[in-house]
Design a binder for this molecule. Structure first.
Ligand SMILES: Nc1ccn([C@@H]2O[C@H](COP(=O)(O)OP(=O)(O)OP(=O)(O)O)[C@@H](O)[C@H]2O)c(=O)n1
Ligand SMILES: C[C@](O)(CO)[C@H](O)COP(=O)(O)O
Length: 230
């Protein structure tokens, strides 16, 4: 059986928490759109044979231009997303033709090649994997009025990142089931979990942040400045 690996990179969000006029995935970092930085990590990676980019309908043309200009020839399709991340991923999965899929947020440009390797190896070994870091803060469950309900044991809590890696056919079946049941999850693993897929964590880095709020851009600029030229 082929073990080809593809990536679905989702970038169809509006970035409301970032609060910029331009969607955050298109802001420039060292003169290059953030989404291009992310795509380049997968373009350079020897494991990845195919990439599907999911964007807003109105952004498809400029994304296709960047695919050409930055020689991102592993990007086989640029497709329109949906109203929620889950809908965007689903559309991307339907356009991919590999045995394995890594789903990755377009606004996580700092993922490392070594992390992609580790995620793939763990998925081959156990069936599915997510990149994650142990939480640093104490986490509390709080009700709608601000009253603390409980303090879960931090040793069992991980902050989940992307990539999230699955057999494409299994993840597609999990997405079909979620659609059928009207289930909406905030990551891909939650759909896989409810379909009975065992998912394992791979310990990653606190640097693989999801650029979400304005202070994340300070971190991104600092990180880029200190990385120097590739
Ligand atoms: N309908 C959506 C929503 C999100 N995403 C993508 O999913 C990733 C993670 O989402 P998030 O950081 O929440 O992005 P936004 O939805 O754009 O942000 P916000 O919630 O602040 O509006 C991003 O790369 C985003 O572009 C997507 O493809 N389609
Ligand atoms: C998939 C994800 O990045 C894992 O941390 C996250 O759940 C995306 O959530 P968002 O609500 O789209 O920010």
């Amino acid at each position: 059986m082929s073990n080809s690996v593809g990536a679905v990179i989702v970038a169809a969000g509006r970035g409301t928490r970032m609060g910029t006029a331009e969607s955050k995935q298109y802001l420039l970092l060292r003169d290059k759109p953030i989404i291009v930085h992310t795509l380049e990590v997968f373009q350079r990676h020897e494991l990845i044979s195919e990439v599907v980019l999911v964007t807003g309908e109105e952004d498809i043309n400029r994304c296709r231009e960047w695919v050409g200009a930055y020689k991102l020839d592993k990007v086989k399709a640029v497709v329109p997303g949906g109203s929620e991340r889950q809908h965007s991923v689903y559309k991307g999965l339907k356009s991919l033709g590999t045995e394995w899929v890594m789903v990755h947020d377009g606004v996580r440009p700092f993922v490392q090649a070594s992390e992609i390797n580790a995620c793939y190896e763990k998925a081959r070994e156990t069936g599915a994997s997510v990149l994650a870091v142990p939480v640093k803060d104490t986490i509390k469950q709080v009700d709608g009025t601000g009253k603390v309900l409980s303090t879960p044991d931090r040793r069992s809590l991980w902050a989940i990142q992307t990539p999230q890696t699955f057999r494409l056919s299994e993840l597609l079946a999990a997405y079909d089931a979620a659609e059928r049941d009207g289930f909406l999850g905030t990551d891909d693993s939650s759909l896989a979990e409810r379909s009975g897929i065992q998912v394992s964590v791979v310990e990653g880095s606190y640097r693989n942040i999801k650029l979400t709020t304005p202070e994340d851009l300070d971190f991104a600029e600092f990180t880029e400045r200190n990385r120097g030229e590739d």
